[in-house]
Design a binder for this molecule. Structure first.
Ligand SMILES: [Zn+2]
Length: 202
């Protein structure tokens, strides 16, 4: 989720983030901690506006080393992440089998796949294995596209499958992760297949 200066949407989000720049470190730290308290105990779509706002604030908090400096203590129920000392806030993506769970604060690996609770690994592995070939359709080379004859149709079918798989992530997988983490975020889009959050019905 890196910033692309060419992207109008990324620039708009940058504009949104200006509100947090007026916060001093303590105000920002309190806002982050309070918001984490409020979102606790649920799984959230990545596209949810509250989480979007949190992401903007947490990016700034990361730059200012809010958690590293321990300006406020960890919100109740959250443990410290090894990557950046922020409270653990895992993001579930389609790459979970390779990247594990991603840290929403620093974008590094928060929980490597083999450290995810063993009871959940088979479920995550089979979901990601099912998703991989579906996502790959967006990145087919010319030869593969020709083999499919009707590439537009193949792409359309892949997008439909991705919608179902992402809905399953939200309905089945994220709630199971919630048994082990105080709050969970799941990625509710596939930009390569042009699947948008509103396409995913949960
Ligand atoms: Zn981190």
């Amino acid at each position: 989720m890196s910033f692309n200066p060419e992207s109008p949407l990324d620039n708009l989000w940058k504009e949104y983030s200006l509100v947090f720049r007026d916060f001093d470190d303590l105000t920002l730290a309190r806002w982050l901690a309070q918001t984490l308290g409020q979102v606790q105990g649920k799984s959230w779509r990545l596209s949810h506006p509250l989480l979007g706002a949190y992401r903007l604030a947490s990016k700034l908090g990361h730059d200012r080393q809010i958690w590293h400096k321990r300006i406020v203590s960890l919100p109740h129920g959250y443990s410290e992440s090894a990557c950046c000392r922020a409270p653990m806030l895992p993001l579930l993506t389609r790459d979970v089998h390779e990247d594990g769970l991603v840290c929403q604060h620093c974008d590094e690996i928060l929980v490597p796949f083999d450290e995810i609770p063993a009871a959940l690994q088979p479920l995550l592995q089979s979901w990601a294995n099912e998703y991989s070939p579906v996502h790959a359709v967006a990145h087919w080379d010319d030869r593969q596209r020709k083999t499919a004859r009707n590439y537009d149709q193949a792409l359309e079918n892949a997008a439909k499958s991705a919608e179902v798989l992402l809905a399953r992530a939200g309905k089945e997988i994220a709630p199971k992760l919630l048994e082990f983490y105080p709050t969970v975020i799941w990625e509710d889009q596939d930009e390569c297949l042009e699947v948008r959050p509103e396409d995913i019905l949960t």
